[in-house]
Design a protein around this ligand. Structure first.
Ligand code: GTP
Ligand code: MG
Length: 369
């Protein structure tokens, strides 16, 4: 990549950045969630997105392939188990267009049946990544504890049971999860493994859009947030639409505002994600986190706030270097004052958003341990 950038002139670099930003923004990850009614599919979808996008409850949902459950680039196709659908198992993959999915999560709250195993084999034959999820592990462990069985023993027994149940089929992994405890058991490993199974922009989009349930996910989010900052900054500086008063420089403010929104979204600072998190927080933490989220959105929300921050940062920046970004945008763009200003501000956004995400992550961790 560095070599590539070195050989391009600034205009070509900007074109590439523009194209990459569009690809990232428009990337969609199609994820099939397959399982019987009541196994916890909707709860799992919500836990992945960190947002209540699927209705959880006793009413069986209908399948609509044209209208998946969405959160940014994540598209979830909530499908009935192979044996419970109205289609012969031979037609299942074709009927539900599973060929077009990026990954398939097979969900059970107990075991898999012959028809499920048939489906797994077919999916593996067409090289679909298959993730095996056994939900409600919290419930099973609790029941075990009542009978005097250790939690770790119950976990091990269920894991081995599922392993045995799927008879050596080469799936991507087996995960025991609880929607009520997204930071415990195997939930974050599931997200990390899906992430690693994806390519290029889908990978970026996926990590940007998922719930923060591990340090590793936080680390990956930071990388993507910084990349997003770099891309927006290069384009905002090149567009140069809005003069910054008192400085001989113009940037595209609308793009800087978009950058701020994207960083907020990556770190789950939006209303919906915050509302979802509340169920995992005690009152004191919820109040504190709400206050720092509000501070953040006041500081970085809207063109006027951004203009003030750019003015502040701009007067001290002419001499500062932006060498960190050189491999991505090349010397010429990295040396521009407009780029330095916007990327500097963007780095502050990422730093502040990360602090909030860590506070939230820690508070959630404590409340379930
Ligand atoms: N204890 C526990 N309960 C869960 C878990 N996941 C789901 N549930 C509960 O199980 C019930 C069904 O969950 P849903 O997520 O609606 O299941 P579903 O597979 O989407 O069900 P349908 O839409 O009817 O097919 C709800 O009451 C959930 O709260 C879990 O991991 N642990
Ligand atoms: Mg459902």
């Amino acid at each position: 990549m560095n070599m590539e950038i070195d050989k391009m002139n600034p205009k070509e670099v900007l074109n590439k950045i523009n194209k990459d930003l569009e690809s990232y923004k428009n990337a969609k990850i199609k994820c099939g969630i397959i399982g019987r009614s009541g196994t916890g599919k909707s709860s799992l979808i919500n836990a992945i997105a960190g947002e209540e996008i699927a209705e959880v409850g006793e009413i069986e949902t209908t399948v609509n392939l044209e209208d998946p459950i969405e959160s940014n680039g994540l598209l979830f196709y909530d499908l009935p188990g192979c044996s419970t659908s109205n289609f012969p198992k031979e037609d299942y993959i074709k009927e539900f267009k599973i060929d077009e999915f990026d990954c398939v999560i097979l969900v059970t709250a107990d075991r898999f049946f012959e028809d499920d195993l048939y489906l797994i084999k077919e999916l593996l034959a067409i090289k679909k990544p298959v993730f095996i999820v056994r939900t409600k592990i919290d419930f099973s462990i609790e029941r075990g504890l009542k009978r005097g069985v250790l939690g770790s023993a119950t976990y091990k027994k269920i894991f081995e049971n599922i392993e045995e149940n799927i008879k050596g089929l080469e799936v991507n992994g087996i995960y025991l999860t609880s929607a009520d405890h997204p930071k415990k058991f195997d939930f974050s490993r599931l997200l990390e493994d899906i992430f690693f199974s994806l390519n290029s922009f889908k990978k970026e989009r996926f990590i940007a859009d998922i719930n923060i349930t591990s340090q590793k996910i936080l680390d990956e989010k930071k990388r993507i947030a910084e990349k997003t900052v770099m891309r927006h900054s290069a384009l905002a500086a090149a567009n140069g639409l809005n003069p910054i008063p008192g400085l001989d420089i113009s940037v595209d403010l609308a793009l800087v505002v978009k950058m701020s929104k994207e960083v907020q979204s990556i770190y789950g600072l939006g209303k919906e994600q915050q509302a979802f998190n509340i169920q995992f927080l005690d009152k004191k933490s919820a109040k504190f986190i709400a206050s720092i989220v509000l501070q953040y959105s006041t500081k970085y929300g809207g063109k006027e706030a951004i203009m003030i921050l750019l003015k502040k940062v701009g007067s001290t920046l002419a001499t500062k270097s932006a060498s960190k970004w050189v491999p991505f945008v090349g010397q010429v763009i990295a040396a521009g004052i407009g780029f330095k200003m916007t990327s500097w501000l963007g780095k502050d956004m990422v730093k502040d958003a990360e602090v909030i995400a860590i506070e939230t992550f820690e508070a959630i961790k404590e409340s379930v341990d």
